[in-house]
Design a protein around this ligand. Structure first.
Ligand SMILES: C/C(=C\CNc1ncnc2c1ncn2[C@@H]1O[C@H](COP(=O)(O)O)[C@@H](O)[C@H]1O)CO
Length: 243
């Protein structure tokens, strides 16, 4: 380049110069880099985790609530069956599952999320990864787990549950078991899915079988373990697309 074509500054010069506008920090191309780094960090931290199950449940479950005890038992039983436990790393049911896993001597994973009222990872997480973006974090819950166990929970839990069911229903993920623990809590929702959604044809009867309901944490783990073994043998039930 010659004359007017010669740039007024070099690329290195612009990189090394800290003066000037910082608007780029809040622009989408920069966010793409941050998003990419969340996937890279997540994949890097979890690739060698081994067999694992994601456990979801309310951030508000109190330590003296029956659902907390359920979470602890699920965490413990998963470890005894040879699985690491992945949770959202927060309080409540997440903490309970991490506690059970840790006390049983297993791998206790927490995938934390940046929230305005975030309290940080619970003290029972041994392997923690923090995320800014829900969608990057949700990829990890699915990619590194061979099943989902869902304790009583609110919007966050419902979001995770229905994302999992949708991924299986649409065959976007290799079929894996989704077990709801707590018939008193989940019974109404399953009834609505059967009597309203399936009856209206918005889901198929077969879709209902994508969810298993139990009150027994050991039964929840047994369902996941059996599905995992069947999948390893290549005898898992294939899912059919919705409709
Ligand atoms: C509400 C409070 C803290 C929230 N902290 C969370 N930390 C980590 N993960 C969370 C948190 N809140 C929601 N999640 C995710 O959603 C599910 C629980 O949501 P729910 O609405 O409480 O059912 C859970 O599985 C997480 O992945 C202060 O107490």
């Amino acid at each position: 380049m010659r004359g007017s074509q010669v740039p007024v500054s070099t690329t290195d010069q612009r990189l090394l110069d800290s003066r000037g506008s910082t608007d780029w920090l809040h622009a989408d191309p920069w966010r793409v880099m941050r998003i990419t780094s969340e996937f890279v960090n997540g994949f890097g931290a979890l690739t060698e985790l081994g067999p694992a199950v994601s456990v979801f449940g309310s951030a508000r479950t109190a330590p003296d609530a029956p659902a907390y005890r359920l979470g602890e038992e699920v965490g413990r039983a998963l470890v005894e069956a040879g699985y690491a436990v992945i949770t959202g790393g927060g309080p409540g049911a997440m903490e309970a599952a991490n506690k059970g896993a840790r006390e049983a001597g297993g791998t206790s994973v927490g995938l934390g999320i940046e929230l305005p009222f975030e309290a940080g990872l619970n003290p029972h997480v041994d392997l923690g990864v923090n995320f800014r973006y829900f969608f990057a974090r949700k990829t990890m819950f699915v990619k590194y787990a061979c099943g989902f166990i869902v304790l009583p929970g609110g919007f966050g839990t419902l979001d995770e549950l229905f994302e999992a069911v949708t991924l299986v229903q649409t065959q976007k993920v290799t079929s894996f078991p989704i077990v709801l623990v707590g018939s008193e809590y989940w019974g109404g929702l399953l009834g609505w899915l059967r009597d309203t959604a399936a009856a209206a044809g918005t889901i198929s009867e077969k879709d209902l079988s994508l969810l298993t309901l139990t009150d027994d944490p050991h039964e929840a783990v047994r369902v996941v373990v059996e599905a995992d073994r069947a999948s390893a043998r290549g005898t898992a039930e294939p899912t059919t697309p919705a409709g």
